[in-house]
Design a protein around this ligand. Sequence first.
Ligand code: GDP
Ligand code: MG
Length: 442
Amino acid sequence: MLEGLSSSLQKAMGRLRGKGKLSEADVAEAMREVRLALLAADVNVKVVRDFVERVRERAVGQDVQKSLTPGQQVVRIVYEELTELMGGSQARIQMASKPPTVIMLVGLQGAGKTTAIAKLALSFRQHQHRPLMIAADVYRPAAIDQLHVLGKQVDIPVFDMGTDTSPVEIVRQGMQEAERQGADVVLVDTAGRLHIDEDLMAELDDIKSAVEPNEVLLVVDAMTGQDAVHVAETFHRRLDVTGVILTKLDGDARGGAALTVRAVTGCPIKYVGLGEKIEPLEPFHPDRLASRILGMGDVLSLIERAQERIDLEKAKEMEERMRSSTFSLNDFQEMFRQVRNLGPLDQVLKMIPGMNKLKGIENVDLNDKRFLRMDAIISSMTAAERLDPSVMNASRRRRIANGSGTTVREVNQLLNQFEQTQQMMKRMSGMGKKMGRRSAMN
Ligand code: GDP
Ligand code: MG
């Protein structure tokens, strides 16, 4: 799904990720690549321009997030702006305060309306609703049969009156049938055309007036790119569409429609269709698609975790202590504990300011078990030992190893690591004095 866009954006972001410092040229080059990637994915030109401008502005005046490197911050900004572009948060279906909730699907022929109706019916039933599907596409007998076949497949009732009754009459009768059956969700399948024409619009408008739907969902085929956006604009202008179902996102859609529809029409994408098979329709989550496009699911959740869990106060205290070079084993332990809250350690460490520049960090074996043992070792030390490691002679080290269920060798290793970290802290604090607060942390 959206592979081309995904891989080119990832390439652009990949260049930034590892960087501790970003020059203006780095950002400019990355933005150029982002722009090309979006254009190649058939995203609307104006949307691309605005998008890149917003990212550039934010990247230059970077809102400081100390747990991230500048490169990671740009990735975060791109992610947030992509999410925003697609509507920000999930747009939900408006349910009627008094059932039934009526949902009418509109769109061009072949967009995937009938398929989406069946999937939608399945989703509702999964949530304990009782849907009824109405076949109001009277121009092709095959369309009615198709809905019956799908209805049988998912065991959800279908109401039809053949092809000789007008769609308006069908939906009127259909509503009465819904009441008889106690259906609380009514899904109306309508006819499409190959192209937008006035007859079609007028008919849809009439159906709309007859049933007063809670939702008019426009079904658009993601594979048609900018055409899909144009179609959406026209339908929206005429019918006040309340949401979009973007189908065929499983195929080789380039992404243009997904990234443009919302920005151009103001209409949120509510669902996406990901195949011909009748499965419950997937609610659309802009943030998830953005992270999938950027191929950064893990990194993003790490960023979130870091934002939530790193205790800012403690981090600040620690920073002060690092600067005053009184970094003790207590701090060392505290640091481990904070980091351990975050998950996969090798990834987390790279995100910690300064750590990614620590020589040899890639060789440090940091799995969780090892962390727990290190924590236990420090816990077995006396307060005096933690403040002044130099008092730890051979017999004290044996005692600590026994007390923590580890070995003298591990105790020695930990003390060596502490010493190295302490020296790095001293160097950083020296640097900090010369270069000012911010740069020491980044
Ligand atoms: P309608 O004319 O708008 O009712 O469109 P249909 O529901 O009949 O779908 C037209 C074709 O698109 C059918 O062959 C469907 O199987 C196919 N289709 C619908 N939704 C999807 C989707 O999400 N992914 C893929 N790959 N095919 C789909
Ligand atoms: Mg159809």
